[in-house]
Design a protein around this ligand. Structure first.
Ligand code: DGL
Length: 271
């Protein structure tokens, strides 16, 4: 019989981007079993309405709960901005998103109290980062910019070419003119473009990738609930997608850092 501690952590995203978060979770918590769901049939979430993204998030959470997960990590900024509150209301297991951990890390990093946040249209429109940062430190000014083209560029593998650099300059110049010293990469895909973004904003700006801080938050949450898996054996990782496992495997490697094994398709019973 599987104990509560051995139950998997459920991680979900609109597609492959959340693999950057899963990678950090598996690095920090190598004994944990995980189930990842990438909603590849309905990606992107970044330009969809709050109601739609919240509904998708609930459907996925329901699927993960039926798979027996002990907690859920919403590894998508847009779903965290639009769906997290609803999920926390409805589910009996702990649920964390990527926005609070990212905001915390930004508040810790800034010296000038001028923070920039970039993300999808939905995340930026929601003002979720601005509110989270303000709650932690009202003295910080947060400016934001939506960078929708970064998602397809990251998926295409255009990590560091002249097109990506030109797009980054166009998106980031406004924020740089506001003298930010900290920039939150508020979208799961952006860590893949970290080097180009860093080159454009220069060495004086600290980049915050919420994946690592979300992994820390996952650990703290499990420890607080007494359900960290203390087995010493390596955890198992299962992947579900709602469309095209082949593409997920091909593109996902860049996001996860290693080959993805055991990817299955599901229709969530609701699609
Ligand atoms: N995963 C999404 C996010 O972090 C980016 C991709 C999408 O638009 O669905 O906001």
């Amino acid at each position: 019989m599987r104990t509560d501690k051995e139950r998997p952590i459920g991680v979900f995203d609109s597609g492959i981007g959340g693999l950057t978060v899963l990678r950090e979770i598996t690095r920090l918590l190598p004994s944990e079993n995980t189930i990842y769901l990438g909603d590849t049939a309905r990606v992107p979430y970044g330009n969809k309405s709050k109601d739609t993204v919240a509904r998708y998030s609930l459907e996925i959470a329901d699927f993960l709960v039926r798979k027996g997960v002990k907690m859920i990590v919403v590894a998508c900024n847009t779903a965290s901005a639009f769906g997290l509150a609803e999920l926390r209301k409805k589910l009996a297991i702990p649920v964390i998103g990527v926005i609070e951990p990212g905001a915390k890390a930004a508040v810790k990093a800034t010296r000038s109290n001028k923070v920039g946040v970039i993300g999808t249209e939905g995340t930026i429109k929601s003002s979720a980062y601005v509110s989270a940062i303000k709650t932690l430190n009202p003295d910080i000014t947060t400016n934001t910019a939506a960078c929708p083209l970064f998602v397809p560029l990251a998926e295409e593998g255009w990590i560091d070419n002249e097109v990506t650099t030109a797009v980054a300059k166009r998106y980031l110049t406004g924020l740089m003119n506001l003298s930010i010293d900290t920039l939150v990469l508020g979208c799961t895909h952006y860590p893949v473009l970290k080097e180009t973004i860093s080159m454009v904003v220069g060495p004086s700006v600290t980049l915050i990738d919420s994946a690592a801080s979300t992994a820390e938050e996952t650990k703290t949450t499990l420890a607080d609930k007494g359900i960290l898996n203390d087995n010493k054996t390596a955890g198992g990782h299962f992947f579900y997608v709602t469309d095209s496992p082949e593409r997920f495997v091909a593109v996902g490697r860049r996001f996860f850092g290693e080959r993805l094994e055991g990817v299955e398709i599901t229709h969530l019973d609701t699609l």
